[in-house]
Each structure stands twice: as structure tokens, then as C-alpha cells.
Design a protein. Sequence first.
Length: 179
Amino acid sequence: MTTRTTNIARLGILLAAAVALSGCAGTTTPEAEETAPAGTSVTITDGWVKSAESGMSAAFGELSNDSDHDVTVVSATTESSTMVELHETVENDAGELVMRQIDGGFVIPADGSLSLGPGGNHIMLMGLTAPLQAGHDVTFTLTFSDGSTYEFTAPVKDYSGANENYVGGESETEMDSGH
């Protein structure tokens, strides 16, 4: 009887170990899962750029993220300007709306979107390399916190708004003169 009890106990232990091991084989932790690069999950719709002869301009549109995790745009580039910043529009101490570079970049929520628009978040072009004329296109490259990129092209449109003051190192007059 002792041998039979010992064999049943051993069989029970082996079965429990087999079940535990089989459970581990099919399970991955969130840390172990690979996520697709942010640049493959983001798109822009209704993108456009404000026309300007010189100095500064801005790009707008709706950035959408079809992944199941937030993604962060940390920078943007274009050959149409010497400097590009990601901006937000906020109220200063005097109650005026002013533009400033946003700390940490733009976060696009999982399965969500982020609006870029006049008077709000936008991509700021500073030190234009040539006039931006209505009907032309501007190509941008967005870089994400994971190092991936997304390229898009947006048409230039005439628009008389989006004239907020810029809070930064250079004024629009300095940008116009190339400094």
C-alpha cells in the first residue's frame, strides 16, 4: 500500500508540474510582448499648412493612433523651414493666448486621436526656407519616442487666423531676417 500511495503522490506531483509548465508556455507578460513601431500606427487626416511669405507658419490636422497603447510624437522636420517645434497654445498671466513649445511632445492616446488646429496644438515652422504658397504641398517627418518615424504631405492653404504670440527664444521679426 505504501508503494501505491507513493506512486499516486508522484503522479500527482508530475501532473501538477506539467500543468504549471504548460501554462507558462502560452503566457507572455506585457513587458515581453513586442509592440509595432509607433510610426506604423499613426496617420493624419485633414492635414494642411498655413500659407506665409516668410518667417513662421504652422501645420494642422487630425493625428490618429490605431494601436492599443499611447504614442508620443517627440519632434518633426520639414525641408520648408530651418526649425520645427511642437507647440501648444496657452493663456499667459495677462490672459493672452500665447504659443510655446510643448514639454515631452504630443501624446496621441491609444485607439484615439489628437487635433492639431489654430489656437491649439500645432506643428510650428520657424525660419521658412521659401514662401509657402496656397496650392503647394509640404512634406513632414514625425519622430516618435520609440525612434520610429511617419512621413506625410499636407497642402498649403490661405488662412488669416492663427496669429497668436510666440513665447520663445526668437521673435517673428528675427525669424524673418534669418537670425
